[in-house]
Design a protein around this ligand. Structure first.
Ligand code: CA
Length: 227
């Protein structure tokens, strides 16, 4: 199966050049004008590589990068595109977890070399499993199914997503706004009641005792899954 790359670049010309270059490397490419649209798309499908412009309308590239590296998308290699070649940007980008950097204007061959390099480095580490498991609790991402002690648990779509993200980041305190943004989308940042209600219902469905034990409240931050 061919690999996919998502390209976020607001300038159409450059986006098209990048698309052509990557397609000639055998990649399937989807272009986005804004980081917000990238995140919207990544709710349903994740790419093998992201090319991210820094200067974007709306959410800027460095903020987007931070967000990519915070969640279940953290393993996706990111190449930053920037018109600024100042050292400070490079340091910030690499500190935030970017895999590489291309300064505009760039040559197509250089870009292709960087892309191949990033994909090579990304290849192989832990092959992502479709099964998340914590003792008797099993979440099957492909089948969209959750079982506890082999008994199926009926979850709503949002509850499922919430549990999946918490389990994928087991042991890590997940910020409220991150969970809200990722599961409900942008307009919801700050609507913590929505999140709290879903956590409560999720805990209840997992069995109040087990539920509270598995999903801890981290005061001032959000929630943490303790497998
Ligand atoms: Ca730009």
């Amino acid at each position: 199966m061919s690999k996919t790359a998502f390209v976020v670049e607001d300038e159409e010309n450059i986006r098209e050049i990048i698309k052509c270059a990557l397609e000639s490397c055998g990649l399937q490419v989807q272009g986005f004008e804004k980081a917000e649209s990238l995140f919207e798309q990544m709710k349903t499908v994740l790419p093998d590589l992201i090319l991210l412009d820094i200067m974007l309308p709306g959410m800027d590239g460095l903020t987007a990068l931070k967000r990519i590296k915070l969640g279940p998308t953290e393993h996706i290699p990111v190449i930053l595109l920037t018109a600024k070649s100042s050292e400070i940007d490079k340091v910030t980008g690499l500190d935030l977890g970017a895999d590489d950097y291309v300064t505009k204007p760039f040559g197509v061959l250089e870009l292709m070399a960087r892309v191949r390099n990033a994909l090579r480095h990304a290849a192989s580490p832990e092959q992502e499993s479709h099964i998340l498991q914590a003792n008797a609790l099993v979440l099957d991402k492909d089948r969209h199914e959750v079982t506890l002690e082999n008994e199926p648990i009926e979850l709503t779509l949002k509850e499922f997503e919430l549990l999946r993200i918490l389990m994928e980041n087991s042991g890590k305190a997940m910020k409220r706004n991150y969970l809200l943004d990722t599961i409900w989308g942008y307009g919801y940042a700050g609507e913590t009641r929505t999140l709290d209600m879903h956590v409560r219902s999720l805990r209840h469905k997992l069995g109040d005792h087990t539920g509270k034990h598995l999903i801890s409240t981290v005061r001032g931050v959000g929630y943490r899954f303790d497998g």
